[in-house]
Every structure is written in structure tokens, then in C-alpha cells.
Design a protein around this ligand. Structure first.
Ligand code: PRP
Length: 204
């Protein structure tokens, strides 16, 4: 049995399509259900649907053999797991965003609204900038609009959310996409897992 951790939301559908291309039959995954544990048609693969930020934990602890998660989440999680493949979908950019002059107009301590405190600390730490991180969990773009922060650090995909709220990209930190992450012990002990990863490699 191989257990797969998938991030609820944007990446799960793409990951499902990819695994189908590799020959898995995933009828149950396409049903409208609230079940958190689902199986492929053969019963050989078990799928758990978790919050994106929890995927690295499931894989690190070995309750999932592998998972699909965004590079942004991976950088933030800093877990002992093997990032094996860039799957090429879910592309976005991690950026510092705000109003055009937000960085220039900020006071001595730059106030930053973000979900990504680790990435933010590292990025501004390299610049030697003094910052105040305001940890948020969603609707990050609201922070500069309402005066909670000077800028935000967040992912930008189409750029539509920024545009709709009169904000723009000020600096790009890195680009991100979906990654296949693997439990290091499973990789050494489960032949089916190795075979599947080889198939995925040829399909992407
Ligand atoms: C993410 C991100 C941005 C938006 C960017 O939010 O935090 O708000 O997507 O996408 P765009 O460039 O295509 O507009 P998400 O939809 O994950 O919701 P959240 O506000 O709960 O973080």
C-alpha cells in the first residue's frame, strides 16, 4: 500500500490528472465527497487530503509515502523530506507587493503582512532590513489597503488579485511550482513507489 498526501485545493486536481496519466484509476477521487481518505480503484493507493501546509508533516512522519505540495509551502515548512521532482504545474511567484511607493514611504521598521514568515525573515535578513512580521492566514492583500502593514509577502499567480486591489509586485523573491516530496525511508523500502516515480518522471 502506498499512501499519498494531497493538498486540498488548487494542486489536488492537477496531481490527480498526473497520476491518471501514469495509469492509476482514481474514480473515487472525482466524486463529490467529504471523505478524507480515498482509494484508487485497485485499492493499492490510499489518498489523504490535508491542508497544504500539513503535507510536509505527513510525509516527514512517514504516514504518507509521498505528497504533492507547492514550493512556497515547502520552503516555509523546512522539513526533513526529499524534494524529488518539479512537477511543472501550479506555477507562481513569491513576491513583495504593495503600492508603488510603499517601500520608499515606509518608516524605519518595515511592517510586512504574510503567511510566509520564514521566507520573509530570510529574504529581508539577507538585506539587513529591520522588519515587523504580521502573521496572517488569508486575504493578505487586505493588509496594506487597510493600513495593517506597509507591504505583503505573498504568492502571485495571475496577478489579478493584486490588480483588483490596486497593488503591484515590488520585488520578486523566488518562483514556485508543485513539487513531489517523498519520505526518505519509503523511498528505500517500497519498490512500487520507485516505479511510480519513474513513471511520473516520464510523463511530466
Ligand atoms: C492566493 C494568494 C493571493 C492569490 C494570488 O490566495 O494569497 O491572494 O492567491 O493569485 P492571483 O495572482 O491569481 O490573483 P488564495 O486564493 O490561496 O487564498 P487566501 O487569500 O486564503 O490565501
Amino acid at each position: 500500500m502506498i499512501t499519498v498526501a494531497l493538498a486540498k485545493g488548487r494542486l489536488a486536481q492537477k496531481a490527480t490528472e498526473l497520476l491518471e496519466k501514469c495509469g492509476l484509476q482514481l474514480d473515487e477521487l472525482k466524486t463529490d465527497t467529504r471523505k478524507l481518505v480515498l482509494y484508487d480503484n485497485s485499492g493499492e493507493y490510499k489518498f489523504v487530503f490535508v491542508k497544504p501546509s500539513d503535507v510536509p508533516t505527513y510525509v516527514e512522519r512517514g504516514v504518507a509515502d509521498f505528497g504533492v505540495v507547492g514550493k512556497d509551502t515547502l520552503l516555509e515548512a523546512d522539513k526533513d523530506i526529499y524534494e524529488m521532482l518539479d512537477l511543472g504545474f501550479g506555477k507562481c511567484r513569491m513576491c513583495v507587493c504593495g503600492y508603488k511607493d510603499s517601500l520608499k514611504n515606509a518608516g524605519g521598521i518595515l511592517r510586512i503582512g504574510t503567511k510566509y514568515d520564514k521566507i520573509t525573515k530570510e529574504y529581508f535578513g539577507r538585506q539587513g532590513k529591520t522588519i515587523d512580521i504580521i502573521k496572517l492566514h488569508g486575504s493578505i492583500e487586505l493588509a496594506p489597503i487597510i493600513g495593517l502593514s506597509d507591504v505583503i509577502v505573498d504568492i502571485v499567480e495571475s496577478g489579478k488579485t493584486l490588480e483588483a486591489n490596486g497593488l503591484c509586485v515590488l520585488e520578486e523573491i523566488c518562483s514556485c511550482s508543485a513539487r513531489l516530496v517523498v519520505n526518505t525511508v519509503s523511498l528505500k523500502t517500497k519498490k512500487t513507489l520507485l516505479d511510480l516515480i519513474e513513471k511520473i518522471r516520464t510523463v511530466i
